[in-house]
Design a protein around this ligand. Sequence first.
Ligand SMILES: NC(=O)c1ccc[n+]([C@@H]2O[C@H](COP(=O)([O-])OP(=O)(O)OC[C@H]3O[C@@H](n4cnc5c(N)ncnc54)[C@H](O)[C@@H]3O)[C@@H](O)[C@H]2O)c1
Length: 245
Amino acid sequence: MGRLESKVAIITGGARGIGRATAEIFGREGAKIIIWDMLEAGHQTAQELRDQGYVAEFMQLSITDVPALEAAARDIFERYGQIDILVNNAGITRDKSLLKMSFEEWHQVIDVNLTGVFNCTKTIVPYMVERQFGRIICTSSVVGQVGNFGQTNYVATKAAIIGMVKTWAKELGKYNITANAVAPGFIKTDMTDLIPEEVRNQTVAGIPVKCMGLPEDIANAYLYLASDEASYVNGHTLSVNGGVA
Ligand SMILES: NC(=O)c1ccc[n+]([C@@H]2O[C@H](COP(=O)([O-])OP(=O)(O)OC[C@H]3O[C@@H](n4cnc5c(N)ncnc54)[C@H](O)[C@@H]3O)[C@@H](O)[C@H]2O)c1
């Protein structure tokens, strides 16, 4: 019996990276997976999950598009009769120091990493309330806890996540809905592949365990927070960062 048997889980940003690893692990644990992502690659990801025998589908949308989210959520609820888990994992970076960052770069990151998380949660929570069960998991970052050079926009969103899950924990606990966050450290994905090698090596040198994390390290933390084992964990941010902070 899997740890997420008979649960329906929406994973944003599940086409690749941490979200994709999460879809695989949640599928293995018996959840039915719905991936929300903008990337065409989501079709292939969902097919590969089905090839492994999991129930998985892909809906191509942006988490900034509220009407698309509302239509997708309605469709899922009509077909599955439940939405149990929301993993707000999608995120982007537009890194520049404050002096160089444009207003557009600020807004792009706020729109996806902060407003996108609000959009998805606001859309899904009424379905969770209806069934008096829900697990909301959001992706923060170690940089939201300690700050980072060149990431004013990104850090603002990742720090905000920590406050939002504490608020949702207080508002939604009475409906048997928990809200928690995971704060990853430096994880090997397409996002961190964008960072110049020299900077990556310097960053790894500063991590006590002396290596980058893997997408599965974060997916396993999401799994714990989505599982029954974490039913009394609420409003928490779980650091998964090799001891860097
Ligand atoms: N990789 C790291 O070191 C690291 C560290 C801390 C936090 N995080 C966070 O973990 C999460 C996953 O990161 P990753 O490294 O797997 O990144 P990634 O770039 O590999 O994957 C992110 C996914 O989000 C999707 N996405 C982006 N904007 C979207 C939108 N508007 N609507 C729908 N989908 C959208 C992308 O298409 C992509 O598939 C992000 O929130 C990121 O900020 C990553």
